[in-house]
Design a protein around this ligand. Structure first.
Ligand code: XMP
Length: 383
């Protein structure tokens, strides 16, 4: 409707329910056939009373009952997993993100230690991430932690082009994962943390209707030649349901509410060439920014926040000496769907504290800038 597309004539037997100044039929109905249609998105935030419309439709018009409860879901899903998997072994790639963590917890509830999770440390993770994954999962399932930091960094040496970095990281992940998974001789199943929006997105992509802006590699990139059967226990759930499930399964709130983190990790936040030293610098700066956001009670209000390491150096002074060191940018956005995003407005006092902590505590950084671009036209990540 906002593009001025409209239906000029409605089918026989239907009557108009709603219109706007420019559109003659925004909603139509046929009571006899019990068919109702809208030409707008009641589900988006911009539709005033949209949720009420959906609720009226489901509960009043269709007579549906709100009987779906997460507790029931856990029961049914674990039963199904037990029946499908029986006493066979399952391998899972655990990234530490919400989806794979909840998949792991649900599977562990169903099959316990018949689940082996492989966590690949690619050297591009946030500070303490590996230790946190170990602490959360080591007693719940068989956890294999692969230290592949050198392998990733060696392959990334000299590469500056963002899409090339993504490809290298995606391919190296598959190589490392396959190598480790092949060591588990009697595995029959591969579990993946695919959630419903991934299913929709990848089927749209298959039809070629949506262009790939960045090559995200969450779905469809895993070993085909491993001859493993796929289990995707979160396939029918939306993100908020996955979070609710994770909490019910006893995962820590800090993990469940964590901001999203891209698969290629810090590599797309280190502009230009990625090196071990740059990863270390960025990890420290990012840790300070997030720590201060948490201390200020802003973490849940912000959808995603991180620091970006720029490929330029600038002049500064420290004591009586001239410095020539790196610049970092702070990025924080608020968004509902990550398709559009507004930059988050911090109090200048907060920014002052973050900037002075980063410059004082992180060696090799002498300047902090703030990214004040919305998406579109900027993207959330810088690469
Ligand atoms: P952009 O930068 O496209 O980011 O506005 C939207 C969301 O997607 C995340 N992102 C990625 N996630 N692999 C991922 O798994 C990627 O290559 C990638 N690039 C961006 C980004 O962090 C944000 O949440």
């Amino acid at each position: 409707m906002s593009h001025s597309d409209y239906v000029s004539e409605i089918p026989h037997g239907f009557y108009p329910i709603a219109k706007t100044d420019t559109i003659p039929f925004a909603a139509i109905g046929n009571d006899e056939k019990k068919i109702y249609a809208v030409q707008f998105h009641p589900e988006v935030n911009h539709s005033l009373e949209g949720r009420k419309m959906l609720s009226n439709f489901l509960f009043e018009v269709c007579g549906a009952k709100a009987e779906w409860k997460m507790d029931n879901y856990i029961k049914i899903a674990t039963e199904n997993l037990k029946n499908t998997i029986q006493d066979k072994k399952v391998v899972l790639g655990l990234s530490g993100g919400v989806d794979s963590s909840v998949t792991a917890a649900l599977l562990a509830r169903a099959i316990g230690k018949n689940l082996t999770a492989i966590f690949v440390d690619n050297g591009l993770l946030r500070k303490n991430e590996r230790e946190e994954v170990e602490a959360n999962f080591k007693d719940m399932l068989n956890l294999i932690v692969v230290d592949a930091r050198d392998e990733f960094l060696t392959k990334l040496a000299g590469v500056t082009e963002p899409e090339k970095k993504r490809k290298i990281i995606g391919n190296t992940f598959i190589e490392v994962f396959e190598r480790e998974a092949n060591k588990i001789k009697d595995a029959d199943f591969l579990a993946q943390g695919t959630i419903y929006p991934d299913v929709i997105e990848s089927s749209v992509n298959k039809k070629g209707a949506s262009t790939t802006i960045k090559s995200h590699h969450n779905v469809g990139g895993l070993p085909e030649n491993m001859k493993l059967k796929l289990v995707e226990p979160l396939r029918d759930l939306f993100k908020d349901e996955v979070r609710e499930l994770g909490l019910k399964l006893g995962l820590p709130e800090k993990l469940i509410k964590r901001h999203p983190f891209p698969g290629p990790g810090l590599a797309v936040r280190i502009l230009g060439e990625v090196t071990g030293e740059k990863c270390d610098i960025l990890k420290e700066a990012d840790h300070i920014f997030i720590e201060e956001i948490r201390n200020a009670g802003l973490y849940d209000e912000i959808s995603q926040a991180f620091v970006v390491l720029l490929p330029v150096k600038t002049v500064g002074v420290m004591g009586d000496c001239r410095t020539y060191e790196y610049v970092v940018a702070l990025r924080a956005v608020k968004t509902d769907d990550f398709m559009t995003a507004d930059w988050f407005e911090f109090d200048p006092k907060f920014l002052k504290k973050v900037s002075s902590r980063i410059i004082n505590e992180v060696k090799r950084i002498n300047r902090v800038v703030m990214d004040i671009s919305s998406k579109p036209p900027a993207t959330i990540e810088w690469e």
